[in-house]
Design a protein around this ligand. Structure first.
Ligand code: GDP
Ligand code: MG
Length: 773
């Protein structure tokens, strides 16, 4: 097998001086393809682990493709519209033209190693984004310059903020007639509450957009149509000329002054430099000083550099790559607190698992310290097991290049780790983990538990909001389906699988219709099993309204053995999405670890199916007040007794149904606004704000998920099953909106929170579930 197509010394620039301008050519020449031996572990200061985040359709995939092309990794420009891009390599992604799995891509630029993760923009795949951000050091946010900041970008931006990831913004689609730089800058300021720092001024607008002026160097970069097959590899660099383009010179002068002032405002070092050395003429400050200041500002997240371009028209991508290497941090410039306890020993996070038919599970590792080598054993701290890594690869999209070792700061792909699940911490051995724990202890950084502060925090898994049944074609295929599902779950922790205790059916719980459809598709394509999906249903939850206590006794003889146990407990509402178990002080001392485990199991099993609708219970705490057992009573019987006692208490405590509530953003022409508002009100929606954007209105609202998934009753597009009940489909709202606005509106939906239903809505839901409505 051929590992990897070609690896190229990228970012090689050949400068040819002309009289009036310099032509720069980035990227590979036919003969500069290097051998695979060139894949070396680069110096840590030259590594950039970068994610691209954006709203769907902003142009992430197109931009990534251009980056790969200019860096010399691909020989032809991929096109999402033709379905031949490198990063969208799963068959479904090509067919649907969207990015589902964050594929890691490695390439070199300006003697830097860039590990790039193309993150998906669809709300169904928030976990993918979270997972990617967890291991990134910097990010590029891509915007459609005619739309500014859109809903999904706000979600991802918040996630990036949570992980303190420095960002660079790229205003893409500057070639669109509606592209609007001022508006986009303002929306970054308003919606993301960020401080955008404009580093370029666009040259020409709409169809005539031909390049940018770099405000650091005052150089004009122009991509001329027709040059070198129009692939944008060659562009011209001009010095601005006052006599030829006085307006542009004026605009650039003002923009540069604003830039200098803005940077000085947030960077004291730069401000001091200006005042001491350049007080006569701020404009004389050298580009390199300005660049360093912008870098400091970016790293401290006091500002975000903003660049402009058009990926589709092959303009502005090379300066974006330059900005990635110039402004975003190297791995050793980021703080990963607990990693220092490992010193030079291996510490890595498994952030993604993929199943490959030939090679078995492939695990993506972000290495924080030490080195990994193939053919060695590593220790998985979360599973407490030692595994053997057979091979080590560098991920080049769907191509993988084998390498002899990989050190801190890198992202590597390993073969052979069979137990490892997304989110696990990998170290070199049990002994090295113990040594790290000792170091942590000696420095007072301890908590409770076995390895308190030496496990990397994993990935937060969002709550699935939908479920449906899945059936194999025959009972003979059931084990195959179970195997497929367990493989898929290792890859994707946001997929939950359970078995309905009443019907014995397998139930898939996921993030959305698309998520479940893709899984269904993958089971067919990758595992060769044709399955049937039941109708999509909203995953409700339950909690309790007040406190209640209950007692329960179980007295059962099994064979020769008599089991007797009495339990007393109290449940009450609590913060958080879990069922917390606590014991009274006496019980805490009195009960054995085995008994405590049995009690917890009992509580957990009762929380799987609440008393109101049979949905999972959350947001409660259970205080165990007494557990008395006759000698010889088995832990299983204790669990069963606790479970029944819990159910009694939950019934007494007043069941409350929680439903997923979405935040909705609709962009619509003024003339259709009232129709949209009326429809949102019918869907139990609450309007939070109405903003103006150009000639359109942007409606911000929240509404229950269940209501967004059906068309309004009576509509010719209404979805219903044979009994006339509404069928959930993400087509629901889009169909309704299209009808209401003759197709002149766009919208986005994302999960905001699980919220309590009003008693009237809850009654309606219960009556519907009982077939009365
Ligand atoms: P993603 O969903 O963010 O990965 O976006 P894609 O890269 O798949 O692009 C979405 C659509 O926008 C495709 O039809 C692209 O051809 C188009 N597109 C991407 N970049 C540009 C651009 O710079 N200008 C214009 N006009 N269209 C673009
Ligand atoms: Mg994409």
């Amino acid at each position: 097998m051929l590992w990897g197509r070609c690896l190229v010394s990228a970012g090689r620039q050949s400068c040819r001086c002309k009289v009036s301008f310099i032509k720069r050519q980035y990227g590979f020449l036919p003969d500069d393809v290097k051998s695979l031996r060139a894949v070396v572990t680069p110096d840590i200061s030259k590594i950039r682990n970068i994610g691209i985040m954006a709203h769907i359709d902003a142009g992430k995939t197109t931009t990534t493709e251009r980056m790969l092309y200019y860096s010399g990794y691909t020989r032809a420009l991929g096109d999402v519209d033709d379905g031949d891009t490198v990063t969208d390599f799963m068959a479904q992604e090509r067919e649907r033209g969207i990015t589902i799995q964050s594929a890691a891509v490695t390439f070199d630029w300006n003697s830097h190693r860039i590990n790039l993760i193309d993150t998906p923009g669809h709300v169904d795949f928030t976990l993918e984004v979270e997972r990617a951000l967890r291991v990134l050091d910097g990010a590029v946010a891509v915007f459609d310059a005619s739309a500014g900041v859109e809903a999904q970008t706000m979600t991802v931006w918040r996630q990036a903020e949570k992980h303190s990831i420095p960002c660079v913004c790229f205003l893409n689609k500057m070639d669109k007639p509606a592209a609007d730089l001022k508006f986009s800058m303002e929306s970054i300021r308003q919606k993301l509450k960020a401080n955008p720092i404009l580093l370029q001024v666009p040259v020409g607008s709409g169809r005539n957009f031909s390049g940018v002026v770099d405000l650091l160097t005052n150089q004009k970069l122009i991509w001329r149509p027709g040059s070198a097959r129009d692939d944008g590899r060659v562009f011209e660099t001009h010095t601005l000329d006052q006599s030829v383009e006085p307006e542009l010179v004026q605009e650039v002068g003002e923009a540069r002054a604003a830039l200098i002032e803005q940077v000085a405002d947030v960077d004291d070092e730069f401000a001091e430099l200006l005042l001491t050395k350049f007080s006569d003429d701020f404009d004389a400050v050298p580009p390199v000083e300005l660049q360093e200041a912008v870098r400091r500002v970016t790293l401290t997240r006091k500002g975000v550099p903003v660049l402009c371009g058009s990926s589709l028209r092959n303009k502005g991508v090379q300066p974006l790559l330059d900005a990635i290497t110039a402004y975003l941090p190297a791995p050793d410039e980021r703080h990963h607190d607990l990693v220092r306890w490992y010193k030079d020993d291996l510490c890595a996070l498994a952030f993604k698992v993929l199943h490959d038919k030939q090679r078995g599970p492939l695990v993506f590792l972000r290495i924080y310290s030490g080195t990994v080598k193939p053919q060695t054993a590593v220790h998985n701290l979360n599973r407490n097991c030692t595994e053997r890594m057979s091979r080590l690869l560098v991920p080049f999209a769907d191509q993988h290049v084998e390498i002899p070792s990989m050190s801190a700061g890198n992202i590597a792909l390993t073969v052979g780790l069979k137990q490892t699940v997304t989110g696990d911490t990998i170290v070199s051995s049990k002994a090295s983990a113990a040594a790290a724990a000792r170091r942590a202890q000696n420095h007072g950084g301890t908590g409770k538990g076995e390895h308190p502060s030496i496990i990397l925090s994993g990935v937060e898994v969002p709550e699935p909001v939908f479920f449906c049944t899945i059936e194999p074609p025959s009972t003979a295929k059931q084990p195959d389906l179970e195997n497929a599902l367990s493989c898929l779950q290792r890859e994707d922790p946001s997929l939950k699988v359970r078995v309905d205790p009443d019907s014995g059916q397998i139930i898939l719980c996921g993030m959305g219709e698309l998520h479940i459809e893709i899984l269904h598709d993958r089971i067919r394509r990758e595992y060769g099993i044709e399955t049937d999906l039941g109708p999509l249903q909203v995953a409700y939850r339950e909690t309790v309204l007040h406190e209640a206590s209950a007692t329960n006794t179980l007295d059962r003889t099994v064979g020769e053995r008599r089991h007797v146990v009495t339990v007393q407990l109290t449940v009450r509402p609590a913060e958080g999405a879990v069922c917390e178990v606590t014991f009274t002080k006496e019980l805490e001392e009195q009960l054995t670890a085995e008994m405590k485990e049995a009690v917890k199991n009992g509580v957990d099993s009762s929380c799987l199916q609440g008393p109101v609708l049979g949905c999972p219970v959350q947001g409660i705490s259970a205080l165990i007040q007494s557990v008395t057992t006759a000698a010889g009573t088995s832990p299983t019987m204790v669990s069963a007794c606790v479970s029944r006692c819990m159910l009694k208490a939950l019934r007494l405590a007043g069941g409350q149904v929680l439903e997923p509530v979405m935040s909705l953003e609709v962009t619509v022409g003024e003339e259709h606004l009232s129709a949209v508002l009326g429809d949102v009100a019918q869907r139990r929606g609450v309007v939070r704000d109405i903003q103006s954007r150009h000639d359109s209105k942007v409606l911000l609202a929240s509404a229950p998920l269940a209501e967004m998934m059906v068309s309004p009753s009576g509509s010719p597009f209404g979805f219903s099953d044979p009994h006339g009940r509404p069928v959930l489909s993400s087509q629901g709202y889009s169909t309704a909106l299209r009808t209401l606005t003759s197709g002149n509106a766009t919208f986005s939906l994302e999960l905001a929170a699980y919220e309590a239903m009003s008693s009237q809505d809850q009654n309606n839901l219960l009556r519907r579930a009982a077939g009365l409505l």
